[in-house]
Design a protein around this ligand. Structure first.
Ligand code: ADP
Ligand code: C5P
Ligand code: MG
Length: 219
């Protein structure tokens, strides 16, 4: 039987793994910033140096889109190309399953970097509905980067990423979504004193030096 904060989530997990006892409440850092701000790059470095598991909402959505039996594949595909935010019911399920899987495999892995989420009010409401009381949001790591720099990085990444949205047309829409939908979420957390802002327009190593200062102070 599973006890602890993920008990109700784990009720949906099939039989064999149910005996694991999850005692720790997931500790979450939301990682936000414009497209190409360097969220994924910095999360990979954080994982190397600190005991966090990196879950990228975008990566999880792309993985789900690629699953032949996925019921949401087509809807995810169209939202991603349009730079729009996929309905939270889809995304929260993927995040929750990934968190469960991580903690089932190792109950000490309860620290998560949730990258690219919550990106709009719908994401935030979905999180609150499903995860309030079941996970603690410690703070938001905000990679602040000029839009032009972000676009330039994504276009450069597009030369090899194979991503359907690393092109100018999608990027105009992604930046618009970021400014209209995601910035207000960051501002909401800012008002709660929960945002740690990093100047992400510098080199990867300079950015990471600032990230380390935040994490060394806050865990
Ligand atoms: P995000 O996850 O925020 O979209 P990525 O980490 O995937 O951003 O980075 C986008 C692109 O920019 C990648 O090709 C990456 O190698 C590059 N990149 C990341 N951080 C920097 C940086 N500080 N300076 C220059 N290029 C960077
Ligand atoms: O974070 P990333 O750049 O990988 O996200 C790519 C796309 O995935 C977004 O532009 C959006 O269409 C989709 N996405 C989403 N909801 C999230 C995160 C990503 O719909 N929370
Ligand atoms: Mg990314």
């Amino acid at each position: 039987m599973i006890v602890g904060p993920l008990r109700s989530l784990s009720a949906r997990v099939p039989g064999a793994v149910r005996r694991i006892v999850l005692t720790m409440k997931p500790q979450v850092v939301f990682v936000l910033g414009g497209p190409g701000a360097g969220k994924g790059t910095q999360c990979a470095k954080i994982v190397e140096h600190y005991g966090y598991t990196h879950l990228s909402a975008g990566d999880l959505l792309r993985e789900e889109r690629g699953r032949p039996d996925s019921k949401s594949g087509q809807i995810i595909d169209s939202y991603i190309k349009e730079g729009k935010i996929v309905p939270v019911e889809i995304t929260i399920n993927l995040l929750r399953k990934a968190m469960e899987k991580t903690m089932m495999a190792n109950e000490n892995k309860f620290r998560f970097l949730i990258d690219g989420f919550p990106r709009n009010q719908d994401n935030l409401q979905g999180w609150t509905r499903e995860m309030d009381g079941k996970a603690d949001v410690k703070f938001v790591l905000f990679f602040d980067c000029d839009n032009e720099v972000c676009v330039g990085r994504c276009l450069e990444r597009g030369k090899s990423s194979g991503r359907s949205d690393d092109n100018r047309e999608s990027l105009v829409k992604r930046i618009q979504t970021y400014l209209q939908c995601t910035r207000p979420i960051i501002e909401q957390y800012e008002q709660q004193g929960k945002v740690r802002t990093i100047d992400a327009s510098r080199s990867v190593d300079e950015v990471f030096d600032s990230v380390k200062k935040v994490l060394d102070k806050e865990g």
